[in-house]
Design a protein around this ligand. Structure first.
Ligand SMILES: C[S@@+](CC[C@H](N)C(=O)[O-])C[C@H]1O[C@@H](n2cnc3c(N)ncnc32)[C@H](O)[C@@H]1O
Length: 381
C-alpha cells in the first residue's frame, strides 16, 4: 500500500488517539473522523511498515452510530474529534478502549470493571478553554494545523464563557500584535469569568478539572473507594490546587495529609486555601519527593498524574512502601496500564502482593476521545 492509493475499508472500532481502525491485507489503517462499521473509500496519507493512516474520501455506508455533529465546525476544528459519534457510542468505545489497553499490558489481571459513569452534560461542560487570535481571526487551531478556525460559539464550552467571545476577541484585537496570541478563558472558583494571555513566561492558571459537573462524581468515588479507614497519613500526589486534597482532609479528620505538586501557582492556591497544621503542601516533582517520602503500610495514596502518567521509579517506590490503599486517577489509559504493569512487576520482585480491586471509566470529556479512569489498588494480605 502506498501513499495516495485509494481503497475501500470497513471500520472495526475506535483507537487510542481517536481515529477509527480498519484492516486491509493484514495492515492496520487509522482513519480520523471515522465511525464504527462505516464503509468508506479512503486515501492513504501515510504508509509505514506496520500501519497506515488514511483520510475519508467518501462515506459509502455510514455506521449506525454516525451522526451529523452538533457543531458546524466539528469536522475541521481540532477541539472535538468524536462529535460525529452518538454519545452512547462514545461511551461504549471509551469503556472498551480502557479495558483493552489494561489487558494488553496486564493480560492476567483480574478486577471488577464498573459501568462507565456518564457526564451530567455532554455539551456546554467546559469551564476552561484556550482560544487563539491571529490576523483578526479568533478561534481554535484546525485539526493538525496552526490555521485558526473562526468561531462565534463552542458547543462544549459553558455559555457564560462563550457569551464573552466578542469581548475577548476585541481585547485581543486591541493588543495590535502581529504574533499569534494564545488566550485563556475560565470560570474562577468564585464564579468570575476571567481571561488572559498564555506566554512563554506565563502558563496561565495551570491545571484545573474542566468539567465541574462531573468532577464531584470523581471526588465522591475516590472518597468512597478510599473507604472508612483511620489512615495515619494520606498522600495526594499531583495535587494541583487541592481538588482531592481538601475533600480527603475533610473525610480523614485525624490523618496528616501531604499534597505534592510541581506548579508554583497551584501550590500557592492550595496553600492559601487551608492553613490546617495537618496539611503539608510540597512544591516538588513527585519523583524527587518519592526519594524522601515516608509512606507507610497503614497509609492511603491518591495519585492523579498528567497524561504522561507517573514513572517506573514512582511505581516501584509505591510498591516498596505498600500503602494499604492506592487510588490512581488517570487521564490516559496507556500510561495507567503501563504504570500498573510497573507496580505489579516491582511488587513481585519485592515479595509484595497488590490486587486491582476495581476500576471505572468516567466520561469527563464528551465529544472527544479523552477518557478519565479511576483504579483502586489494595495490598493483598
Ligand atoms: C491531572 S492534573 C491533577 C491535578 C489535581 N489532582 C486536580 O484534580 O485538579 C496533574 C497535575 O500534576 C502536576 N504535575 C505534572 N507533572 C508533575 C510532576 N512531575 N510532579 C508533580 N506534579 C506534577 C500538574 O501541574 C497538574 O496539576
Amino acid at each position: 500500500m502506498t501513499a495516495n492509493s485509494r481503497i475501500q475499508v470497513k471500520i472495526e472500532k475506535m483507537a487510542i488517539g481517536g481515529a477509527g481502525i480498519a484492516r486491509h491485507d493484514g495492515l492496520v489503517i487509522f482513519v480520523p473522523l471515522a465511525a464504527p462499521d462505516d464503509e468508506l473509500l479512503v486515501e492513504i496519507t501515510t504508509a509505514k511498515k506496520n500501519f497506515a493512516e488514511a483520510r475519508i474520501v467518501e462515506i459509502i455506508k455510514p455506521g449506525p452510530s454516525r451522526r451529523t455533529p452538533p457543531c458546524p465546525v466539528a469536522n475541521v476544528c481540532g477541539g472535538c474529534n468524536w462529535q460525529h459519534l452518538t454519545e452512547q457510542e462514545q461511551q461504549k468505545q471509551k469503556e472498551a478502549l480502557v479495558l483493552e489497553t489494561i489487558r494488553k499490558f496486564n493480560p492476567d489481571l483480574k478486577f471488577d470493571y464498573l459501568p462507565l459513569q456518564p457526564s451530567p452534560r455532554s455539551l456546554r461542560y467546559r469551564n476552561r478553554i484556550q482560544p487563539k487570535f491571529h490576523n483578526g481571526r479568533f478561534g481554535f487551531f484546525a485539526r493538525n494545523s496552526h490555521e485558526i478556525v473562526e468561531i462565534d460559539d463552542c458547543l462544549i464550552t459553558e455559555e457564560v464563557l462563550t457569551k464573552k467571545f466578542p469581548e475577548v476577541r476585541q481585547w485581543a484585537a486591541d493588543k495590535k500584535s502581529k504574533d499569534l496570541l494564545r488566550l485563556e478563558m475560565y470560570i474562577s472558583e468564585n464564579e468570575e469569568i476571567r481571561h488572559g494571555l498564555i506566554t512563554d513566561e506565563d502558563d496561565g492558571i495551570g491545571f484545573s478539572q474542566v468539567n465541574r459537573f462531573q468532577n464531584p462524581h470523581l471526588l465522591e468515588t475516590t472518597l468512597e473507594w478510599a473507604g472508612d479507614i483511620n489512615y495515619p497519613q494520606v498522600f495526594d500526589l499531583y495535587a494541583g490546587a487541592g481538588n482531592f486534597t481538601f475533600p480527603l482532609m475533610n473525610k480523614y479528620k485525624s490523618a496528616n495529609v501531604t499534597a505534592v505538586e510541581l506548579n508554583p501557582k497551584l501550590v500557592e492556591r492550595g496553600r492559601s486555601q487551608n492553613k490546617d497544621k495537618r496539611l503539608r503542601y510540597f512544591m516538588s516533582d513527585v519523583e524527587s519527593y518519592m526519594r524522601r517520602a515516608t509512606i507507610q503500610e497503614q497509609d492511603l495514596v491518591v495519585l492523579d498524574p498528567p497524561r504522561a502518567g507517573a514513572s517506573e521509579y514512582i511505581m516501584r517506590a509505591l510498591a516498596a512502601a505498600a500503602p494499604q490503599r492506592i487510588i490512581y486517577i488517570s487521564c490516559h489509559p496507556v500510561s495507567l496500564a503501563r504504570d500498573l504493569k510497573w507496580l505489579f512487576a516491582s511488587a513481585q520482585q519485592l515479595g509484595k502482593k497488590f490486587r486491582l480491586e476495581r476500576m471505572q471509566t468516567f466520561e469527563m470529556f464528551p465529544q472527544t476521545d479523552h477518557v478519565e479512569t479511576i483504579a483502586e489498588l489494595r495490598v493483598d494480605s
